[in-house]
Unconditional design. Structure first.
Length: 254
């Protein structure tokens, strides 16, 4: 009489080899099962028709001539825009219809390039973005602009565009166009012992100011360690020193 339990049989080398190396369709335990089980016919492939674009599918409704006219108008307004003329020219901007996709994409592209190429007016352009969004209530405008900022941040380096982009992001946060949690994530990403990252981080902190004290990770502790680290070039350590000096005077800039 076989006194082995199921578990003991598995431990027996001979039995284990037997059940492991016998093809399952030939195994005696499945013999009766094979006799009583009928094989199902394989399913035939379903013939599908190619997708057809419906009559009501979205199509661009703006002609090239009209789009060029709008682009020219937007560029003209932005070229004249200054803090002093802002209230007058913003009214002209509000007259532009942003409901068409092509127009919206072009407007976002123009504004973003102006903010990057003219970082001295970054604060004004961030206010412009906030006012356009509030007036038009066009969520796509916000999405497309943040997408551009994010793409530039991902491709960051030690170049003028990356520095201008990080300043613009900070200014967008100041006018509450983007949430501060996005800034916290960026700062955490930049908290590295890399010269380019340290410079971008310091620029962002200077723009955002006092709000950085709300972060829930050891930002200033890490920066203090970097400030004393002689492996980091003195130029970048001075940038960090400036941050702590600014913090001492409650983030009040001269």
């Amino acid at each position: 009489m076989d006194t082995f339990s199921g578990a003991q049989r598995l431990k027996s080398n001979k039995y284990y080899e037997k059940i492991m190396y016998v093809p399952i369709e030939n195994h005696p335990l499945f013999k009766d099962f094979q006799k009583t089980t009928k094989r199902k016919r394989p399913r035939q492939a379903v013939q599908t028709k190619p997708m057809v674009v419906g009559e009501n599918a979205w199509k661009g409704n703006v002609s090239k001539g009209k789009l060029d006219e709008i682009v020219s108008n937007v560029t003209s307004i932005l070229n004249k825009l200054t803090p002093e003329k802002y209230d007058l020219l913003i009214k002209q901007f509000f007259e532009i219809d942003l409901t068409e996709k092509e127009v919206l994409e072009k407007v976002v592209d123009i504004i973003y390039k102006k903010a990057i190429y003219e970082p001295v007016f970054s604060k004004m352009y961030s206010k412009l973005c906030k006012d356009i969004y509030n007036h038009a209530n066009e969520k796509s405008f916000k999405f497309l602009l943040i997408k551009k900022c994010n793409e530039s941040f991902k491709a960051r380096g030690d170049d003028i565009k990356s520095k201008a982009n990080i300043v613009f992001i900070g200014e967008l946060s100041n006018v509450k166009f983007i949430e501060f949690k996005y800034i916290k994530t960026i700062m955490k990403t930049l908290l590295k012992k890399e010269p380019a990252s340290i410079e971008l981080l310091c620029k962002l902190i200077v723009v955002v100011g006092k709000k950085v004290e709300k972060v829930d990770y050891p930002l200033f502790k890490t920066l203090k360690e970097y400030e004393k680290d002689k492996e980091i070039k003195i130029r970048y350590r001075f940038m960090i020193t400036d941050i702590f000096d600014l913090k001492k005077v409650n983030w009040k800039k001269n």
